[in-house]
Design a protein around this ligand. Structure first.
Ligand SMILES: *Cc1c(COP(=O)(O)O)cnc(C)c1O
Length: 357
């Protein structure tokens, strides 16, 4: 606290990101980053953009990237909005679309950035509890509200809704913006982008950080009909009109165009996820069915906090959320098969030692 602060600052609850540490031999399974680098074309494209051209501002509308993304979905580039990571796109979404005359709805267990944005931007919200299996039940969102946001697959559960459920949500709230945060969609869910042309209230948000292995470059985007995209443009142009820098845009276009690299590494992650889930179940863990690049697990005997600490001693980081309903679960990012093996070996040690006590 400081007397120099704007009053709102002391009311904020900032999001706490997965620890970024330089510990040697560290296995980072705590931030849902990809264990694989991006397409080699990315470095080539960025190197080619490292010229005197950097003295010029970037294209404020990132047209090349929007054209590339739109083309893969057979859409007009004007239906695509890009920003510095989907977190920045979401910030514009909260300001431009989700602050309404009635509370915003989102699941009680979900991406914990949402309540942080609500406090920062003064958005009233109401949490809708997941059902007893930790699934989102769209019927529970049938209540008066100003807008709705949810990740699909949800985070940190990893559980996905089908497009039939998403469409029902859209039909239940034709007069309200419904935002689907698809940060993990490539790992096993159907994208709602194909519903955009039929639903003027739908905005889909995606990121290059997870399935495209580019968390370090900060690229995210949203797709929706023009009135929703225009709201984001108006907010952006009142805040920072040059979001993507020249290198990020060049890298993002190259990554988007190397579809084969993307598919190969996404498929490897999906295969590793299923292999890791099997190994964790064999150790006694309850593992939620995941359509993402992480698993959300609980052990019947050892607490999540104990396992977290013991893994940390072995230089393995996973994520723990000290929140109601999920305080006994750990979110584990799927690494390479070798990384998953190192994790499983460490867990065998930890749990074996406990059994012998
Ligand atoms: C990782 C994540 C994001 C943010 O990703 P960026 O790196 O900012 O693009 C958004 N939503 C959810 C649910 C996420 O897990």
């Amino acid at each position: 606290m400081s007397r120099y602060w704007s009053p709102i600052v002391s009311t904020l609850t900032p999001y706490v990101a997965g620890e970024q540490s330089a510990m040697s031999g560290l296995l980072k399974l705590n931030a849902n980053e990809s264990p694989y680098g991006p397409s080699p074309d990315v470095a080539v494209a960025i190197a080619a953009a490292l010229t005197d051209g950097l003295r010029l501002y970037p294209d404020p509308t990132s047209r090349r990237l929007r054209v590339a993304i739109a083309a893969s979905h057979g859409l007009d580039p004007d239906l695509v909005f890009v920003g510095n990571g989907s977190d920045e796109v979401l910030a514009h979404v909260f300001r431009g679309l989700l602050k309404q005359d009635a509370p915003l709805l989102f699941p009680d267990v979900t991406y914990s950035f949402y309540p942080s944005y609500c406090r920062l931007f003064g958005v009233a919200y109401r949490e809708v509890p997941l059902d007893e299996t930790m699934a989102v039940r769209v019927d529970d969102f049938r209540q008066p509200c100003g807008a709705i946001i949810l990740p699909n697959p949800n985070a940190p559960t990893g559980m996905a809704l089908g497009l039939d459920d998403i469409e029902r949500l859209l039909q239940d709230h034709p007069d309200r913006p419904v935002v689907i945060d698809e940060a993990y969609v490539d790992f096993g869910a159907d994208s709602a982008i194909k519903l955009v042309e039929r639903h003027p209230n739908l905005l889909v948000v995606q990121t290059f950080s997870k399935s495209r292995s580019m968390a370090g470059l900060r690229i995210g985007f949203a797709i929706g009909q023009r009135p929703l995209i225009e709201a984001l443009e108006r907010v952006r142009d009142s805040f920072n009109s040059y979001p993507l820098d020249r290198l990020a845009e060049a890298g993002a276009v190259a990554a988007w165009q190397d579809r084969a690299w993307f598919e190969k590494h996404r498929d490897m992650t999906i295969a590793s996820r299923e292999r890791l889930a099997t190994a964790l179940r064999a150790l006694g863990f309850d593992v939620l069915a995941s359509a993402a690049n992480f698993l959300f697990v609980a052990h019947p005997v050892r607490t999540a906090a104990e396992i977290l600490a013991e893994l940390r001693q072995r230089a393995i980081l996973v994520r723990h959320f000290n929140r109601p309903r999920i305080e006994n679960r750990l979110r584990i990012t799927v690494g390479t098969d070798a990384e998953c093996d190192r994790l499983v070996t460490a867990l065998q040690e930890i749990l074996g030692a406990a059994a012998g006590r």
